[in-house]
Design a protein around this ligand. Structure first.
Ligand SMILES: [Zn+2]
Length: 51
């Protein structure tokens, strides 16, 4: 769940999700979620660090 940065609508499901591997092997993996707001059609990403 994420909030649209433009209009504040809660978006329940991401359109797309993927993981990014860090370039340095030591860094944490990052999980990216791409959301599209149903209200204003803004697309925004949310990055989450995986332990
Ligand atoms: Zn919106």
């Amino acid at each position: 769940m994420a909030k649209c940065p433009k209009c504040g609508t809660d978006v329940a499901k991401p359109v797309k999700e993927w993981d990014i591997q860090p370039k340095q092997k030591k860094g944490p993996k990052v999980h990216i979620s791409l959301y599209e707001c149903p209200g204003c059609k803004t697309r925004f990403r949310e990055a989450k660090r995986l332990a």
